[in-house]
Design a protein around this ligand. Structure first.
Ligand code: PLP
Length: 442
């Protein structure tokens, strides 16, 4: 297996930045970008023939490669741009009526919930939320969904891997418990991380992004539907494929740049070349080690987290003072990103602050050490009211202490936390001494 630094050189990722959020938008290696570029050049060489003739075969082949990757037959899933498109495609097909209900879960993705709310509002339907404790067992997840389901429920959306909490939810058990209620599995993070027999889940619909973990260009996803549902589904945008049925109708979404979908096979090939499921297992071992590293550095416990975590993502609880509410999430992200050059996902869930980290083949344990050090360094003063954006009561920017500074300033009772071990690359380090001395005289 190739070493992290070697794999990193496959990508245009900025090597000065620690990239611990692969799952957010996915990253394509240069070899995939080149495959897409070659298709662009082909299209540029003869736009008419490319778009009128060649694209049809190209996209059917891309869909078939994607279906094969997911263990599906070539016509079992339709090309969509992303999970968002897949979710709205399903919601459109349901033709919700006044009084109908759709169940989502409180670990669900925010944009999906907004879409559900929209489709419910326009029909006079009701969105219901299954409340699932962070460390819920599978049975508790099933009970939470069952408690929100009634004779009015037209759809339950279950996140196979949750976004804010990086948990694997028991889609099959929920689907079995809900009986006739159709289940849509939001599998945004699943392709390339969690081997799944999609048809065996018992769901009516399943939609997964290939662009997150399977290295395909952004905007490539597949929507599977159980056979009885296929004829009720239609692409959200109707074009020449209209009337061609599932999944061919989705292969012709009108004039667009189709080269991303055309390069799907190149992304899947890269995933295989990198080691396929053996690589996923290594990434899992890495992110577990990284999770422990970060937790040790920031001094928090790993208990009370999801019992079945996502293979390649993990949560770490943050110490008091880093996040004190949902409004602190963006400022903390911004400080970690701009001052420490660490990309990760701070999360506020269930009244607590966490950071979600990912593990990918280009990561090493050092990356998590840098995050842990940055978190310690970025920790806000905890003994005074800390305003948003890391500002003190007078609106001045908070900074961490310089290496030699005491951790506590008795005069002001502002407690500064540890020095940043990434200081060679940490721009805030140079600024910190003067800022701290001004802050402590407040
Ligand atoms: C669980 C989950 N569902 C849905 C989405 C939406 O994906 P997209 O923006 O590609 O539609 C995401 C994106 O991160 C996600 O994590």
């Amino acid at each position: 297996m190739r070493a992290a630094a070697d794999v990193l050189s496959d990508f245009d990722l900025d090597p000065a930045v620690v990239h611990l959020n692969h799952g957010a938008y996915g990253v394509t290696p240069r070899v995939v970008d080149r495959a897409q570029q070659q298709l662009r050049e082909r299209a540029a060489g003869n736009p008419y023939r490319f778009n009128r003739i060649e694209v049809v075969e190209l996209l059917a082949a891309a869909r078939e490669a994607g279906c094969d990757f997911l263990g599906l037959g070539p016509d079992d899933a339709a090309l969509v741009r992303n999970v968002s498109e897949g979710v709205s495609t399903v919601l459109a097909a349901l033709q919700l009526q006044t009084g109908d209900e759709v169940v989502v879960c409180d670990h669900g993705y925010g944009a999906v919930r907004l879409a559900v709310q929209h489709w419910c509002d326009r029909a006079g339907a009701v969105l219901r939320v299954a409340r699932v404790p962070l460390a819920a067992s599978d049975d508790e997840v099933v009970q939470a969904y069952a408690a929100q389901t009634s004779g009015h429920t037209r759809l339950a959306i279950v996140d196979q891997i949750t976004s804010p909490t990086a948990a694997v939810l028991p889609v099959a058990a929920v689907a079995a418990a809900l009986g006739d209620v159709p289940v849509l599995a939001d599998a945004a993070h699943v392709p390339g991380t969690l081997p799944t027999d999609i048809a065996a889940l018992g769901a009516a619909f399943w939609v997964g992004n290939l662009h997150k973990w399977a290295f395909t260009p952004r905007g490539s996803a597949l929507l599977w539907a159980a056979p009885p549902w296929r004829e009720r589904l239609h692409p959200l945008v109707l074009s020449w494929g209209s009337g061609s049925g599932f999944p061919a109708a989705w292969d012709q979404p009108g004039t667009a740049d189709h080269t991303g979908w055309g390069a799907i096979p190149a992304g899947l090939d890269y995933w295989r070349d990198l080691g396929a499921w053996r690589r996923t297992a290594l990434s899992e071992a890495l992110v577990i080690a990284g999770q422990h590293e970060v937790a040790d550095l920031v001094g928090t416990e790993l208990g009370g987290l999801p019992p079945t975590p996502a293979p390649t993502m993990r949560l770490v609880r943050l110490p008091a003072g880093l996040l004190s509410g949902p409004d602190d999430v963006e400022p903390l992200y911004d400080r970690l990103s701009t001052e420490h050059h660490v990309e990760c996902a701070p999360v506020w869930f269930g009244g607590e602050g966490f950071v979600r980290v990912a593990g990918q083949a280009y990561n090493s344990v050092d990356d998590y050490r840098r995050l842990g050090s940055a978190q310690r360094c970025a920790r806000l003063p905890v003994d005074r009211g800390v305003g948003r954006g890391g500002r003190d009561a007078l609106g001045r920017a908070r900074r961490h202490a310089p290496p030699s500074a005491p951790h506590t300033s008795a005069a002001s009772m502002i407690r500064y936390e540890y020095p940043c071990s990434a200081r060679k690359r940490c721009r805030c380090w140079a600024k910190s001494a003067s800022t701290v001395s001004r802050a402590t005289t407040a």
